[in-house]
Design a protein around this ligand. Structure first.
Ligand SMILES: Cc1ncc(COP(=O)(O)O)c(C=O)c1O
Length: 375
């Protein structure tokens, strides 16, 4: 059986978890949380906070954006529910924008048409760890005075014009879910560009209190200042993540090697018009998070998925566009509103890609895809 995804956990992660258990590092902001923060500072993220998930990172960002009922945010429909939920929990309305099927990222040429006097935030999503066209998005945001909150859940280890993904945005949100390249089981993080928002973010993350300042001896009692939530992860989970960060290059390079193997193999099938490979724009250096192909139609995609399953290979489709989902329809959208997104989502297939795969596993998947498409 070739699984679609598997985490890579070694002795390093296990040793750190044992250390955390032996030394009462159970709640948040202890040794391993600090080590993870330090690692990310050195990597380039000045203001970085671990969170309990990518979803809670987005919710923290939405609170910081001050978005409110009546406001709108622009978001691709081809994304995870959490990208939209975070802002909808603050009462805002999602305005869905088409994707560019080459990258499956937001189509930057379609953003401006969606802006109204109620727009507050643009929420680009770096699908498959391939960065969005951030300069163009930021130009639009600047022109209309909008915030950019980047959903970089899949983009840890990815770069935009040589910088870690997210640095171009006001806030960027990351995920360390079990399925991501670097994991802590359930977890995430925010990067916050504006130093002055950091104190507020720390209060929101600590249930709306200034407990952190109290623990650091900066105030003699702590109190309730803002609406907030419990967004600080256990140090036990940060211990897993720190083990993964120590193996950062090894994990990243292995994924990229497997991704490149798929990419190279499928060149001929792309040339003969059987499928499309992901397009990585010049400005992006991706992290090999997902390898996807676009088949010519939905039926071929579904039949290929079943064919691979018969050979014990798990390949999967991805997001069902949000605008056409039951909740999207409650917000006034309907199937047919975003034809490019609907068409690409119906043709997309993700192939197995994880650290434990051998080169031969990728070759097996490639050969079966070829056999099926050339039948
Ligand atoms: C684009 C995107 N945004 C947000 C999330 C949510 O992250 P988490 O599962 O850590 O809450 C995911 C997770 O799959 C995602 O892919």
């Amino acid at each position: 059986m070739i699984n679609f995804t598997e985490p890579t956990i070694t002795k390093t992660e296990k040793d750190y978890v044992s250390d955390a258990l032996d030394n009462n590092l159970l709640s948040g902001d202890k040794k391993y949380t600090k080590l993870c923060n330090e690692w990310f500072h050195n990597y380039g993220y000045k203001n970085f906070l671990l969170t309990t998930s990518g979803s809670s990172a987005l919710e923290l960002a939405a609170i910081l954006s001050k978005i409110k009922p009546g406001d709108e945010f622009i978001v691709p429909s081809f994304t995870f529910s959490s990208t939209a939920n975070a802002f909808m929990l603050r009462g805002a309305k999602p305005i869905f924008v088409e994707i560019n099927p080459d990258t499956m990222d937001m189509d930057v040429d379609k953003i401006e048409d969606k802006i109204t006097e109620n727009t507050k935030v643009i929420v680009p999503v770096d699908y498959a760890g391939i960065s969005c066209d951030m300069d163009k998005i930021n130009q639009i945001a600047k022109k209309y005075n909008l915030m950019v909150i980047e959903d970089a859940a899949q983009a840890v280890g990815s770069k935009y014009k040589g910088h870690p993904c997210g640095l171009e945005s006001d806030i960027a949100c990351f995920s360390f879910h079990e399925t991501k390249n670097f994991t802590m089981g359930e977890g995430g993080a925010v990067y916050i560009k504006d130093d002055t928002l950091m104190d507020e973010a720390e209060i929101i993350r600590e249930k709306g209190t200034n407990r952190k300042q109290f623990l650091h001896g900066m105030v003699d009692k702590y109190s309730w200042y803002k609406i907030g939530s419990s967004i600080l992860p256990s140090d036990l989970l940060a211990a897993i993540l720190y083990g993964q960060l120590e193996r950062f290059d090894e994990i990243l390079n292995r994924r990229l090697a497997l991704w490149n193997k798929y990419y190279t193999f499928f060149a001929n099938l792309e040339e003969s018009g059987k499928l499309r490979r992901p397009h990585v724009p010049e400005y992006a250096a991706h992290n090999g998070h997902i390898f996807f192909i676009l088949l010519n139609d939905e039926e071929t995609r579904n039949n290929l998925m079943h064919f691979l399953k018969e050979h014990d290979i798990v390949a999967t489709f991805h997001y069902l566009p949000l605008h056409a989902a039951p909740l999207g329809q409650e917000y006034g959208y309907k199937p047919g509103d975003l034809p490019v997104t609907e068409d690409a989502a119906a043709r997309l297939l993700r192939l197995p890609l994880h650290h434990n795969m051998a080169d031969e596993d990728v070759e097996k998947v490639c050969n079966l895809v070829k056999e099926f498409l050339e039948k």
